[in-house]
Design a protein around this ligand. Structure first.
Ligand SMILES: Nc1ccn([C@@H]2O[C@H](COP(=O)(O)OP(=O)(O)OP(=O)(O)O)[C@@H](O)[C@H]2O)c(=O)n1
Ligand SMILES: C[C@](O)(CO)[C@H](O)COP(=O)(O)O
Length: 227
């Protein structure tokens, strides 16, 4: 039950405000990106890793690959202007049909058990994504005024990995490019084609390192895992 994972790691970390790609920042002296990559390196189901990177970060990333003996990174592609473009560049480097996972380099706390549930769900249904129920109340706001409260029972906070058959996700990206559609996740490109996407429930540790507060949360998650 193998898979290939595409890891978009070519962002600039604007919201982190660190003046460099946030994936090069360290948590407990290990770079965020290395924390993420190690999960897949240690997963026997993972057959290869495709990394989308910025040219500016290549030297650092090659240093990480040798320092941490990351052996599964078979391809490194140049990232694009948007996350979607980086993912598509990675997908284009995969030829043989397989289950493909797309996972943010900024999500270091993904668990192997959830990866395996996703792979099995994608095998059975074609598309499967990790999510957790929304905990806050969510309201629609325009010009600073509440327009309405959205029924929380139907709301999920969507994470990655997102898992697909290669043929389906490649087709979805081709159609999105043709229609000049940019989505904030890959599943939205599949949904817009009318294809079903199944939810696999994950957990709240699978945070995306986005702003500086997330570095504090990351320390807490790591110390919990080390207990
Ligand atoms: N053009 C881009 C933008 C984002 N990403 C990657 O997609 C993941 C999720 O993106 P995000 O958290 O938004 O990262 P950044 O774009 O770096 O953050 P910001 O929006 O604050 O600049 C990250 O692993 C990021 O490196 C990418 O590969 N290519
Ligand atoms: C793909 C994603 O992580 C799902 O929640 C999220 O949409 C990425 O958004 P970003 O603005 O590119 O970080």
């Amino acid at each position: 039950m193998g898979y290939t994972v595409v890891i978009p790691a070519a962002g600039i970390g604007k919201r982190m405000g660190a003046g460099k790609n946030k994936l090069l920042l360290s948590i407990n002296e290990i770079p965020v990106l290395v924390h993420t990559l190690k999960v897949f390196e240690q997963d026997d189901w993972c057959q290869s890793i495709v990394l989308a990177v910025n040219d500016a970060d290549r030297k650092d990333i090659h240093t990480f690959i040798s320092r941490y003996s990351l052996k599964k990174i078979k391809t490194m592609v140049k990232g694009g202007k948007e996350r979607q473009h980086s993912v598509y560049a990675g997908l284009q480097s995969i030829q043989e049909e397989t289950i493909v996972l797309i996972h943010d380099g900024a999500r270091p706390f993904i668990k192997q058990s959830h990866i395996h549930q996703l792979v099995e769900a994608a095998k059975a249904h074609g598309a499967a994504i990790l999510a957790v129920p929304v905990k806050d109340t969510v309201k629609k706001v325009e010009n600073g005024y509440v327009q309405g409260t959205i029924n929380r029972d139907t709301l999920w906070s969507i994470q990655t990995p997102q898992a697909f058959s290669l043929a389906l996700i490649k087709h979805a990206h081709i159609m999105a490019e043709q229609d000049q559609f940019i989505g904030t996740d890959d599943a939205s490109l599949v949904e817009r084609l009318g294809e079903k996407v199944i939810i696999v429930e994950g957990d709240y540790d699978n945070i995306k390192i986005t702003t500086k507060e997330d570095l504090y949360f990351a320390q807490a998650i790591l110390s919990k895992e080390m207990r």
